[in-house]
Design a protein around this ligand. Structure first.
Ligand SMILES: [Zn+2]
Ligand SMILES: [Zn+2]
Length: 332
């Protein structure tokens, strides 16, 4: 492949302006990079936050998309031979040298690269990625079904870890989108009792069908004190609601890169008793490997909605309006 070839991509020029169909030069891999042909790219809520300007646009035009399933076609190595099927996620690279990387907390790296945000992502025919930040994929799931695992699934899994979840515990999920619908499958595998508070009849039905012990509306309180709670809505009020459902010593993990704001709350009643609120920032490669292995073992297979590449705008709107039943996946 040479640089005079063009690839199709959907690019963002400016926040809140529809993505534009573009033809870009095929990227050429440099040292430590591989070029992959994109077979599927999941649409994440973070894509929507970038699109809407909740996260500032760092360079433009930007190709969104960080749940990429692809195949190595250039820059192959002995560990990653040509034709290897790989996944690419939000964490596109770290410096490996900052104090956080040295503490094995690469999710907190001071100089991170984020796929589909600080570098171009997968709403395109090809993507250029760091070869040490791709994940060879287990053979059991097809491209479309594995794509939504790559951010929503991994970060949902990390949230369960950040919340300190132990097998058999009572766990609340506040909000029930792509991430929560995968987290519940892990929780059921761990024999946890799952309590789901969410708006939208569809989401409540889905939670029931996936084995929730109790399902309530957005502002309903689970009937028992929870050991752990994960919030998925970009809303501080939901975090406080989750906090008010915890037993002493329980933890709320916030699975959201952006929150509207945290309302004031009563420390004596809600946080006292060694309750904790923790944010969940990005992911480590180990989280990704562990989750992808577990997802293959327990056969997590989200119900997906397919959009061709030129309908990426419609896919973003479906995520925004919650009109899709399950995650949206773009096929170039
Ligand atoms: Zn670092
Ligand atoms: Zn994401």
């Amino acid at each position: 492949m040479s640089n005079d070839l063009l690839m199709r991509a959907m690019v963002l020029d400016k926040a809140r302006q529809p993505l534009r169909a573009a033809e870009l030069p095929d990227p050429e891999p440099g040292p430590g990079q591989v070029l992959i042909t994109v077979h599927a790219c999941g649409v994440c809520r973070t894509d929507l936050h970038i699109f809407e300007g909740d996260l500032p646009l760092i360079h433009q035009p930007l190709t969104l998309g960080h749940q990429i399933v692809g195949e190595v076609i250039e820059g192959a190595t002995s560990e990653l031979p040509a034709g290897t099927r790989v996944g690419v996620s939000w964490i596109g690279g770290t410096d490996g040298t900052c104090p956080f990387c040295l503490r094995h907390e690469e999710n907190l790296c001071d100089n991170p690269t984020f796929t589909g945000y600080t570098i171009n992502g997968g709403y395109a025919e090809y993507a250029l990625v760091r070869s040490d930040f791709v994940f060879p994929l287990p053979g059991t799931l097809d491209n479309t079904h594995i794509a939504p695992l790559l951010c929503a699934g991994i970060i949902g899994f990390r949230s369960l870890r950040v919340a300190g979840t132990q097998p058999g515990e009572r766990v609340g999920l506040f909000g029930f989108g792509a991430s929560a619908s995968q987290a519940i499958e892990v929780l059921r595998h761990w024999n946890c009792d799952v309590f789901v508070s969410t708006r939208g009849e569809n989401h409540r039905k889905q939670a029931e069908s996936l084995g929730a012990k109790w399902v309530g509306a957005e502002n309903d309180k689970p009937p028992v004190p929870l050991d752990r709670a994960i919030t998925f809505a970009p809303s501080g009020a939901v975090v406080v609601s989750a906090l008010s459902s915890l037993r002493k010593g329980g933890i709320v993990a916030i699975n959201a890169i952006h929150l509207d704001q945290m309302p004031a709350f009563d420390y004596d009643k809600l946080l006292w008793g060694e309750r904790q609120i923790r944010s969940v920032a990005n992911m480590t490669r180990q989280d990704a490997r562990d989750y992808l292995q577990l997802a293959a073992e327990i056969n997590i297979k989200p119900q997906v909605n397919i959009f061709p590449l030129d309908q990426a705008n419609q896919a973003l709107q479906a995520v925004k309006n919650e009109t899709a039943n399950g995650p949206c996946v773009i096929l170039p």
